[in-house]
Design a binder for this molecule. Structure first.
Ligand SMILES: Nc1ncnc2c1ncn2[C@@H]1O[C@H](COP(=O)(O)OP(=O)(O)OP(=O)(O)O)[C@@H](O)[C@H]1O
Length: 269
């Protein structure tokens, strides 16, 4: 059985760095805390390095601050204390929400092209790029369909294409597949992995699912709540190509067991 050699941090500042990745960090969080206006302390004193080009999952019980953390990295929520550093050039960010949040009155093509339109790109070029992205997510045929004409999985594909059309260096995904059936979810997991292999953006993926986190990631960061903090940092040694053979392998089962145990620890913490 593969041994992921988890680094239990138990929320102790400093120990989180023990599993720090060797590649240069795309983003570095230092002493990050978030207290909402109503007094809720959602995240406290969090240190985390995310290696450039890596695929990292944030896993933890409901309410432990995963979305808050992701929104702070995206600049959508201000920090209360601490800092977020970008050691390289400031990256282009892409964000995929749990809901596809498409414009209902626009076609799939126009939804994907929207960020380019907002950036002031000429129509012919933005449509060309949007078509290319739709092809990458397997939706060429649906370019002129409206969101209401698409299935939940197709809508999520459009949403991913829209996030990738600006060629982000850092893709933040907040439980993007939580509302989908398992077959669609597995398919989109594979689509996302193929896109990541092709483009090597840094991916930070928030999920509740141990199985999904192990399937997708090179590293699973387990958070505990009350207030949100790091609990464990687990490398996921897996074959370079993750596919159905990996999903049904004993090593996958072993890794899932180790991550489940860390999650149970986080819930008890
Ligand atoms: N805008 C807000 N105002 C006040 N409190 C908030 C706000 N957003 C989140 N919280 C609180 O902050 C804590 C962390 O919430 P957050 O959504 O980040 O957790 P989460 O781990 O992503 O949860 P889930 O997995 O259920 O989506 C929770 O206690 C939540 O109630």
């Amino acid at each position: 059985m593969a041994d992921p050699s988890p680094t239990e941090t138990n929320g102790t500042p400093g120990l989180a760095g023990a599993a720090a990745p060797r590649a240069p960090a795309a983003v570095r969080l230092r002493g990050v805390s978030k207290r909402y206006a109503n007094g809720t302390l959602a995240v406290e004193g969090l240190d985390l390095d995310i290696a450039a080009g890596s695929f990292v999952s944030l896993l933890g019980p409901s309410g432990c601050g995963k979305s808050t953390l992701l929104r702070m990295v995206a600049g959508l929520a201000p920090l209360s204390t601490g800092r977020i550093e970008w050691p390289g050039a400031t990256p282009r960010l892409g964000f995929v929400f749990q809901e596809p949040t498409l414009m209902p009155w626009q076609t799939a093509l126009d939804n994907v092209a929207l960020p380019l339109k907002l950036a002031g790109m000429a129509q012919a070029e933005r449509q060309r790029r949007a078509r290319e992205m739709l092809a990458l997510v397997g939706l060429s045929e649906a370019a002129s369909s409206y969101p209401r004409e698409l299935s939940g999985g197709m809508r999520m594909r459009v949403s991913i294409a829209r996030a990738l059309v600006t060629q982000p260096d850092l893709l933040l995904l907040d439980e993007p597949f939580a509302a989908l059936d398992e077959i669609t979810r597995f398919r989109l997991n594979n689509d996302l992995l193929r896109l990541w292999e092709a483009h090597r953006f840094t991916a930070v993926f928030v999920t509740h699912s141990v199985f999904e986190s192990v399937y997708l990631s090179e590293r699973v960061v387990v958070m505990a709540g009350g207030p949100g903090r790091l609990h464990a940092d687990l490398p996921i040694p897996a074959p370079p190509r993750r596919d159905e053979a990996f999903r049904t392998s004993p090593s996958y089962a072993g890794l899932c067991r180790a991550v489940s145990e860390a999650l149970a620890g986080a819930m008890a913490a």
